[in-house]
Each structure stands twice: as C-alpha cells, then as structure tokens.
Design a protein around this ligand. Structure first.
Ligand SMILES: [Mn+2]
Length: 321
C-alpha cells in the first residue's frame, strides 16, 4: 500500500499537485489482499473504444485523480467522507486498446476483486459502456440491481450504427440479461433528440422510469430526486453518472454534449441524496473528456466532486444507521 500523504504527515494533507497520483490522495494498492476492511475502492476504467461521437474519455481516470480534492468536512452536511470511510485507490483495470471485449472482461474481473473483499467499487470511466461490466460484477454478488442513471440519453438502443456493444446500448443489454430490474431503474435528465419511439416503447414494456430535463426544470431537483428514490426503493442499487447530463457550460469535455442540461449544483445535491437514501452497491462517473491539466480541467473537477458527493452521501447513511 502506498500512502501519498506519508511525506506530508505532519501537515495532515498534501498539495493536490504533488505526490503519487491517487483518487483524493487516498492510499493506492493493486494487491486485492490489501482491500480487506475497505469500504470503498476506486477503480479506473480507461477505455473509450465504444463511443459513437467524441473520443477521449480514456484519459479521464488520471485526470479525475489529478483534479483538486481538498481535505476536510463537507461544509453543508458536516461529514468528512475520507475520515468516515476507508477509501483506497485500486488503480486501473488492465484494459487493452482497440479490444473492448477484453477491456470489459478486465473491468469486470477487477471489480470482482473489490466486491469479493466486501468493498464497494466506484469506477472512473471511460466511455459509458464500462457500466456494463461494472453492473454485471455488482449483480453477480448482490443479485439484480436497481439503477439510478443520470444522463442526457437512455443508452437503451438495440444497436448504434448496427453495433450492439456500445455506450448507447448497454442498459438494454443489462435489463435483458436480468442484471438490472426494469421496475427499479430510473433515468434522470433526458433531453435532446435520441432515442425514439422504438426505444421508449421497449422501456415501457420493462417498466423503466424516465425523468426528463423538463421535469428537473419544472419540478426542481429535490422533487425529481425524491421521485427517483421512491421508484428504486429498498434493495441493492447502482448509481451511474454520465457527465453529459450536465449542461455543456458545466462540463466542457464530454463524449456527446447536449445543451440545456443540469447545473453542477443540482447534480451534486442529487447524487449525495441518492447515496444517502439508497443502498448503493456500486457507482461510476463516465464520459469525461479532459481538456486541460490538473485543477484547470473543469470536466475532471466536476466528475471528482460527483464521486466526493457520492462518498459523502454514503458516509451520511452510515452515520444514520
Ligand atoms: Mn450515457
């Protein structure tokens, strides 16, 4: 186990730009034996071979780790997730460029090691297709899961350009394989011009709930989040956040940007609330395309905060229990 804070121990924190790169400056290991006793293991899934539009999300795990992550308690809810939870960075899954099937198998196997140790995997994508092996790994241990899915798109196509394994099809594949319960699956933030009638009627057959961007605009994020939590209810839940749910103003780098999206303020509150209220067994943040270095990369920074708010929600839930 490498502790990036070690050389700054007398200060209790280190500069974000210094020391070995790990999520939140947390200890870093690639040894599954060292996951024992951990609550959360962060895993990078740096692949973007299955995007239909802009590539670059393979660079995101490193960029998210390099984004600023200040130490200390959350000013609003007064919980320090890193003090409350034992979080480690488990490195990256051994993905292979231009071989998505092998990369998906590597992601599933790496998350399997996390789950076998009793820890919760938090995966840094990658294009959104990485949620397919990630959710499969969680469902293999916990049984079929509910899903809270923040996204502009439903990702429930039967194919995209005739391709069945894609960042636009994986949710359909997971529902059809029985890994996701349609009646406990909620999409939040949908907008734009895809998908169409065929996909939405398939979704209706599987009792999937869609909360659109106009619902967020008209009902407010508090009510939309409460409705999502009510639909998913008790039982294991996976949280997946495609950062394209945000307005491009808040995420300059992402695979398929769509104007008219959520604010960072709303998204961060929503993920924290979901994590505090539901029984999360896994989470990911995907489709981040880094456009700058370190704290200058706002896309990676907002993705880092999505994870931080998720961890804060988990810490709140643990404290309440
Ligand atoms: Mn997506």
């Amino acid at each position: 186990m490498i502790d990036p804070l070690e050389r700054w121990a007398q200060y209790g924190e280190k500069p974000d730009y210094a020391g070995p790169l790990s999520f939140g400056g947390m200890p870093l290991t690639q040894d599954p034996a060292e996951l024992a006793g951990c609550d959360v293991a962060v895993v990078g899934a740096p692949m973007d071979d299955l995007v239909s539009d802009r590539p670059g999300a393979r660079m995101a795990p490193r960029a998210i780790r390099a984004a600023s992550c200040p130490a200390g308690p959350h000013l609003e809810v007064k919980v320090d997730a890193f003090a409350e939870l034992r979080v480690v960075d488990f490195g990256d899954a051994p993905v292979i460029p231009a071989d998505p099937e092998t990369s998906h198998a590597a992601i599933e196997a790496t998350l399997g090691q996390v789950l076998a140790a009793g820890a919760m995997p938090v995966t840094l994508g990658g294009d959104h297709s990485i949620s397919e092996p990630a959710i499969r790994a969680c469902a293999a241990v916990h049984g079929p899961v509910g899903v809270v899915h923040f996204d502009t798109h439903t990702d429930t196509g039967a194919e995209v350009f005739g391709v069945e394994r894609s960042h636009g099809t994986f949710m359909r594949r997971l529902v059809e394989a029985g890994h996701v319960e349609g009646s406990r699956y909620v999409q939040i933030g949908l907008r734009g011009y895809w998908p169409g009638e065929r996909e939405f009627s398939w979704q209706a057959e599987h009792e999937i709930t869609s909360l659109f961007m106009h619902d967020v605009r008209e009902l407010g994020i508090g009510e939309v989040t409460a409705r999502a939590i009510a639909v998913v209810g008790r039982g294991p839940v996976y949280l997946t956040v495609d950062v394209d749910v945000l307005d491009p103003a808040f995420v300059p780098g992402t695979g398929t940007p769509e104007p008219g999206g959520m604010t960072a303020t709303d998204l961060l509150l929503a993920v924290r609330t979901v994590a505090a209220e539901l029984e999360l067994v896994g989470a990911d943040v995907v489709e981040v395309i880094p456009t700058a270095v370190g704290t200058n990369d706002y896309s990676a920074l907002v993705a880092e905060r999505v994870v931080r708010e998720t961890l804060t929600g988990i810490a709140l839930r643990r404290r309440a229990a």
